[in-house]
Design a protein around this ligand. Structure first.
Ligand code: NDP
Length: 337
């Protein structure tokens, strides 16, 4: 029951390795360096089933996954660049799309025993830009980010570049399955801003993954009261729930051919700082939250409906308080933030 997980050294991926091992699936993870592989081998050395790693330096290279896919029964593909620093949108789009299609081609060529492939898409591929407050479901697609990037190229805004990379990668995934009719079917996981304990390899705190970096910044960087927006700018989820969704999506027969939003609902800076006040009241590095407005501000926020993942995959979402506490605790312990 060996499972392949690509990008195993990433934030969401390390939790996903843990979830697969806990569920009794041995895991082979792809990493870009031996150092990261060894870090993970050490992190998972006490687990009840084995973890092994294989080095895949460039996910975009043709045949990159030919060795990695051998002998596995299922594949979870999470590797994809997630940052807002790209100038040329192709810096994000090429690895996202070529990495996805590359894994599928390697499976098709080398391993007909793979029955299901799960990829980490995003609400970025769903958010169609409807007027707020919008309620999004798995039927929605983000077409506008790709259009903006086509029109504006390097001048497109950073979030459109990332969102286009996720949309195009997911479209390529479903198209491959439809056109090629391979041995496997597919399922996609769509998280919003994901937070959770930092257990992945990191050279320094400055290399923290993008989504936890946002929560850390609100905790640490002396943001001002008036920077807090009067609605939740986004939805959130705990990485451990996203990890569980990958495991279940690979195992549950009804998940085949389906998209799953994994979202615990609206949250934003106001919600984060209120949680900081509860658990880290002695710190003076974050602004004061507005408790009286929480319900009003949530009512004005977009909602990504995560109920299908609860129903079909059996996901039970963490509460924001617990997730914020565990995230910051992990950073205080490891980096004394
Ligand atoms: P990380 O940056 O921690 O993980 C990204 C992973 O992809 C890392 O393992 C990274 O390798 C690998 N990777 C990126 N670019 C390349 C490349 N060109 N070649 C090989 N490997 C590459 O971020 P997350 O854990 O947050 O992201 C994981 C997935 O989840 C991504 O697909 C992302 O789009 C998606 N996602 C994340 C959300 C979030 O809020 N965190 C929300 C929705 C979706 P290395 O460690 O060596 O850099």
């Amino acid at each position: 029951s060996l499972v392949l997980l690509t990008g195993a050294s990433g934030f969401i991926a390390t939790h996903t390795v843990q979830a697969f091992l806990d569920a009794g699936y041995p895991v082979r993870g792809t990493v870009r360096s031996k150092d990261k592989g060894e870090y993970l081998a050490n992190l998972f050395k006490g687990s009840k089933v084995p973890f092994e790693y294989i080095i895949v330096e460039d996910i975009g290279k043709s045949g990159a996954f030919d060795e990695a896919v051998k002998d596995v029964v299922g594949v979870a593909h999470t590797a994809s660049p997630f940052h807002f620093k790209a100038t040329n949108p192709e810096e994000l789009i090429r690895p996202a799309v070529d990495g996805t299609v590359g894994v599928l081609k390697s499976i098709q060529k080398h391993n007909p025993n793979v029955k299901r492939v799960v990829i980490t898409s995003s609400v970025a591929a769903i958010r169609s830009g409807a007027p707020s407050p919008a309620v999004y479901t798995e039927k929605d697609w983000n077409e506008q980010s790709t259009e903006n990037v086509k029109k504006l190229g390097s001048a497109a805004n950073p979030s459109d570049k990332y969102q286009a990379s996720k949309t195009l990668a997911e479209k390529a995934f479903w198209k491959f399955i439809e056109d090629e009719k391979p041995s496997f079917d597919g399922a996609t996981i769509h998280p919003p801003l994901t937070m959770g304990p930092v257990i992945q390899p990191l050279g320094s705190i400055e290399q923290i993954n993008t989504s936890n970096g946002i929560v850390l910044s609100w905790f640490r960087d002396n943001h001002k009261q008036d920077e807090i927006p009067p609605s939740a700018p986004f939805n959130w989820v705990d990485a451990r729930d996203v990890a569980q969704a990958h495991v279940r999506a690979l195992a549950v027969p009804e998940a085949g051919g389906e998209r799953f939003i994994t979202s615990a609902g609206p949250a934003g800076p106001n919600d984060y700082v209120l949680a900081f006040e509860r658990f880290f009241p002695d710190r003076t590095t974050y602004p004061k939250g507005n408790k009286a407005e929480v319900a009003t501000w949530h009512a004005k926020s977009d909602l990504f409906d995560g109920s299908k993942a609860e129903r079909v995959l059996g996901i039970k979402y963490h509460q924001l308080d617990e997730s914020v506490k565990d995230t910051i605790d992990s950073l205080v312990k490891r980096y004394n933030v």
